[in-house]
Design a protein around this ligand. Structure first.
Ligand SMILES: [Zn+2]
Length: 594
C-alpha cells in the first residue's frame, strides 16, 4: 500500500461534521470525554422462538446495567419477513419495548451479501453461478427415473465415457501399506496404513493415525493425494467414505481439490465435514475445475494429533445439471456436437429445472447429492437416439459452513434488498442500519457479472453504493454501518480471495464517507484503522471474539490510540458468550480520550 490518496484532515472534519454532527462532537471531543461513547452488544437471535425473545430481553436489560448503549440485532428472519408468522411481529414489539424502556438503541442487520442464504430463500436461482462449458450429453430412450416424467420419450444424459476417474479409488490395490494409483501418500506404514479389519467397501481401507511419533516420520500432515486430468469449466463431485475415533483434529479433516495448472488455485473451501467420533459417513465436495486442466485431489488431515481416521471408496464424478441455475445471467445453451445447431426449450426440450435447487433441507440451502435436472426431449424435436449434444450451464458453489453467495449483478437481487429495507423500516423505524456484507467468497462468474466487464472490487463497490442508497430511500436520516473486511485491503479486499474471480481491491470506493465501518480486523488493527480513518470514515471497533479476558479490548484500545474517528466498541461474540459483558462494559465506560 504505497500510492493511495490520503484525504486531508480539514475536508474529513468538515464532511463528518455536516453529516454526523452528533458523533463528530463525541469522537473529536475534549480530553476527558468518553473514548467510546457508543458501546454496542452483538446479538444473534431468532425472534420467532419464545426462549430467544426472553434471552434477548434479558440481554438488553443486562447491557443497560453494564453501561452499553446499543444492540446490533442479527436475526435471519429479518431476511425472510415475507414468510414469518404473525406472532413474529408481536415478538419484535416485545423486544422493541424492552429496548425503549432500557434506552438501548436497536440496530437491525440487513442485506446478506456474502452469507446470502436468506436472500436466496426468496429465489435460489440468484446464487452466483459458476459456468460449465460444453459438457457432452447423448440422446437415448428415457428411463422411468423419479416418476413418469419423460417415460417413453427421449432424454439426453451425461456422456461420461471420456470423463476422468480416480485410479484405485476403492483402495483395494495395495502393496504393503502403499495404495496404488495415488500421486503421494504421507508416511506409508507409519501414519497411513492398509486396514483389512475396518473397511467400508471391499477388503481394504486406509487407516490414518495423525498422532504417531516416529523418528522416520517425514510429514506433519496425513493425506492421500491423486493428481488427475480434468476438463476445464466442468463441475465435479469428489466424495469419500470416512469414519473416525477420538480424532482430535477432526476440524482439520479436508476433502480438497487444488488446481494444479499454473497458476494453480484452490477449488474447494469446505470445513467441518466430520465429527471427532463418527461411524462411516459419505462426504462430498463439489467444485468447478475453472481454468484448470489438472487437479490435485486430497483427503486426510492437516496437522498432528491423537485419534484415528479411516478412509475408503473415494470417487470423482462429473456433475450433470445438479442445482442448475435458471436466470437471465445464467443462460442454458444446448448445441449439437459440431456446435452448428442450437436446441431450445420451446422446440427441443421440456423446461430444464432442478426441483431441489436451493431447497434442501429448506429454502436457501443447497445440497448436491441428488440427480438434478433432466433433459427430456420434446416430440417436436429433431433430436434422435444417439445424437450427441453439448450443454453449457451454471451452478452455485458451497463454501465454508454451507455458505452460498448471491449474484452481485442480477436485477432481482436489488428488488429483494429493496423489499427487505422497506419491511425492516416499517418494523423498526431504526435510527441506524447495519449492512452485513461479509466474507464474500464467490463472485464475478456468471454472465450477468461478466457482461459488466468490471472487477469484483468494482462490482462490490457498486453493490454497496446501491445498498446505501436503498437505506436512504426508506430512511434518509438513518446512520449506516457495515462490516469492514470486504472493504479492507489489509483483510479480504485483496487479489485472490477464495472463489472470487479477479481482484476485490477498490471495493472501498463504494463506501460513501458517512458509512461507519464496523472494524473486526484485529489481526492488523492498526493498519486497518488507519486505512479507514484516512478515507474519512468513522469506525466502530468490533472486538472480543469469545476470549477469556480483557486482552482483546486492550489490544484494540492500544491500536486505536491515534485514530480519530473511533466512535465506539462492539462486544462481538460469535458463540453467544456474554460472560465478560460487564467487565468489557466497565472498561469501555471508564476509557477516556488520551
Ligand atoms: Zn453474477
Amino acid at each position: 500500500m504505497t500510492v493511495r490518496r490520503a484525504r486531508s484532515v480539514p475536508s474529513f472534519i468538515l464532511v463528518a461534521t455536516l453529516v454526523f454532527s452528533g458523533i463528530a462532537a463525541a469522537a473529536g471531543g475534549e480530553a476527558d470525554s468518553p473514548r467510546y461513547p457508543e458501546r454496542w452488544v452483538y446479538c444473534s437471535a431468532n425472534l420467532q422462538v419464545d426462549p430467544s425473545v426472553k434471552n434477548v430481553i434479558a440481554l438488553i436489560e443486562r447491557a443497560k446495567a453494564d453501561g452499553y448503549t446499543t444492540m446490533l440485532l442479527a436475526d435471519y428472519k429479518l431476511q425472510v419477513l415475507h414468510r414469518v408468522p404473525d406472532y413474529y411481529f408481536s415478538n419484535v414489539e416485545k423486544v422493541k419495548a424492552a429496548a425503549a424502556k432500557a434506552g438501548i438503541e436497536l440496530v437491525p442487520s440487513v442485506f446478506p451479501i456474502g452469507y446470502s442464504n436468506g436472500l436466496l430463500a426468496h429465489d435460489p436461482n440468484l446464487a452466483e453461478g459458476l459456468p460449465v462449458v460444453d459438457q457432452p450429453y447423448i440422446v437415448r430412450q428415457a428411463s422411468a427415473r423419479g416418476g413418469s416424467q419423460g417415460e417413453g420419450r427421449l432424454e439426453a444424459i451425461l456422456d461420461a465415457s471420456g470423463s476422468t476417474r480416480l485410479r484405485n479409488g476403492r483402495l483395494e490395490q495395495v502393496q504393503g501399506d502403499r495404495f496404488a494409483g495415488f500421486t503421494f501418500q504421507d508416511d506409508p506404514g507409519i501414519t497411513t496404513h492398509a486396514d483389512r479389519t475396518v473397511v467400508h467397501g471391499g477388503r481394504v481401507a486406509c487407516r490414518i493415525e495423525p498422532g504417531v511419533k516416529a523418528p522416520n516420520r517425514e510429514s506433519t500432515n496425513v493425506r492421500l493425494m491423486q493428481r488427475i486430468v480434468v476438463r476445464p469449466m466442468t463441475a465435479y463431485r469428489f466424495s469419500c467414505w470416512a469414519r473416525t475415533r477420538d480424532l482430535a483434529r477432526a476440524d482439520d479433516f479436508r476433502v480438497l481439490a487444488l488446481g494444479a495448472s499454473q497458476p494453480g488455485r484452490q477449488l474447494t473451501f469446505q470445513e467441518g465435514l466430520i465429527e471427532r467420533t463418527q461411524d462411516w459417513k459419505r462426504i462430498e465436495v463439489v467444485f468447478n475445475s475453472l481454468d484448470q486442466k489438472e487437479v490435485n485431489l486430497y483427503a486426510g488431515i492437516w496437522g498432528e494429533g491423537p485419534g484415528t481416521l479411516w478412509l475408503d471408496d473415494l470417487e470423482l464424478t462429473e456433475l450433470p445439471l445438479v442445482n442448475i441455475l435458471r436466470r437471465a445471467g445464467c443462460p442454458l445453451l444446448i448445441r449439437s456436437a459440431d456446435g452448428r445447431t442450437v436446441y431450445d426449450e420451446k422446440n427441443d426440450f421440456e423446461r430444464v429445472v432442478d426441483p431441489k435447487l436451493g431447497a434442501v433441507p429448506w429454502g436457501g440451502e443447497y445440497e448436491f447429492n441428488h440427480p438434478g435436472a433432466r433433459l427430456v426431449v420434446r416430440r417436436s424435436s429433431r433430436l434422435r437416439p444417439g445424437d450427441r449434444i453439448l450443454v453449457s450451464w451454471y451452478h452455485p458453489v458451497i463454501t465454508v459452513g454451507g455458505q452460498v453467495m448471491c449474484c452481485l449483478s442480477e436485477p432481482r437481487v436489488e428488488e429483494i434488498l429493496r423489499d427487505q429495507a422497506r419491511r425492516v423500516e416499517a418494523l423498526f423505524h431504526p435510527r441506524s442500519y447495519f449492512m452485513s456484507h461479509d466474507e464474500i467468497r464467490v463472485a464475478n462468474w456468471c454472465k450477468a457479472c461478466q457482461d459488466r466487464k468490471m472487477t469484483p472490487g468494482a462490482l462490490l463497490a457498486d453493490n454497496v453504493r446501491l445498498c446505501t442508497r436503498i437505506i436512504a430511500s426508506v430512511n434518509p436520516r438513518a446512520r449506516v454501518f457495515v462490516w469492514s473486511d470486504m472493504f479492507d485491503p489489509h483483510h479480504n479486499a485483496v487479489d485472490s480471495y477464495y472463489l472470487v474471480n479477479g481482484s476485490l481491491k477498490g471495493s472501498w470506493e463504494g463506501l460513501s464517507r458517512p458509512v461507519v465501518i464496523a472494524n473486526w480486523n484485529g489481526g492488523k488493527a492498526r493498519e486497518s484503522l488507519t486505512f479507514f480513518d484516512r478515507r474519512g470514515h468513522h469506525q466502530l471497533i468490533a472486538g472480543y471474539y469469545d476470549v477469556d479476558d480483557l486482552s482483546n479490548f486492550q489490544s484494540w484500545d492500544a491500536a486505536a490510540r491515534d485514530t480519530r474517528g473511533v466512535m465506539g466498541f462492539m462486544y462481538t461474540t460469535w458463540g453467544n458468550r456474554y460472560g465478560l459483558l460487564e467487565a468489557y462494559g466497565k472498561a469501555l465506560e471508564s476509557a477516556r480520550r488520551p
